[in-house]
Design a binder for this molecule. Sequence first.
Ligand SMILES: CC(C)(COP(=O)(O)OP(=O)(O)OC[C@H]1O[C@@H](n2cnc3c(N)ncnc32)[C@H](O)[C@@H]1OP(=O)(O)O)[C@@H](O)C(=O)NCCC(=O)NCCS
Length: 171
Amino acid sequence: MIEAGPLILRPWKLSDAEALVRHANNRKIWLNLRDRFPHPYTQADARAWCALHAADTNSPHNFAIEFQGEAIGAIGLEFFTDVHRKTAEIGYWLGEPMWGRGFATAAVKAVSEYAFAAFDLCRLQATVFQWNPASARVLEKAGYTMEGRLRSYIFKDNLVCDALMYARVRQ
Ligand SMILES: CC(C)(COP(=O)(O)OP(=O)(O)OC[C@H]1O[C@@H](n2cnc3c(N)ncnc32)[C@H](O)[C@@H]1OP(=O)(O)O)[C@@H](O)C(=O)NCCC(=O)NCCS
């Protein structure tokens, strides 16, 4: 469990499924994530996610973002392999009613510090779709630097777009 201001970042529980559907079933969230994030986001999707990650208690790297006792979003790390094995991608989303309160920034800062302390990583990165200035700002506030624009790197919602590569390296 990680404390981040008013938030608790903790492993998923089966009982989070209902709140997960309520917050995740939102096209504005889907539009900024990989296509493997379901839309519409069903009860079955939520139960499967919670069941998969409730078991993830050994070196957890997928967390529910809890606020006032409710799971309001997700944050996690995806570890790369081979010569990139000291790099992980950080991914996150929050339910729309929770936007604009500094919550994503608090969560990204906390998980970035946890990631460097708990795992043998040199680099954390995120690729932000070109239409997502809020996420770019979150990363900047959490100590990430924009390294470049990956031209035509994303095909989302039938549109080809650029991505911004943000990274934070171990000090
Ligand atoms: C991106 C997201 C996580 C941001 O969460 P949040 O809790 O609202 O973020 P914060 O409140 O910590 O910070 C948002 C910052 O973006 C700024 N911002 C918001 N909309 C903006 C816009 N259209 N243009 C420029 N800046 C914007 C805010 O003003 C704030 O910066 P500030 O503190 O300097 O004023 C949330 O909108 C979300 O879940 N989006 C859908 C999923 C997603 O994009 N995930 C990330 C994929 S890389």
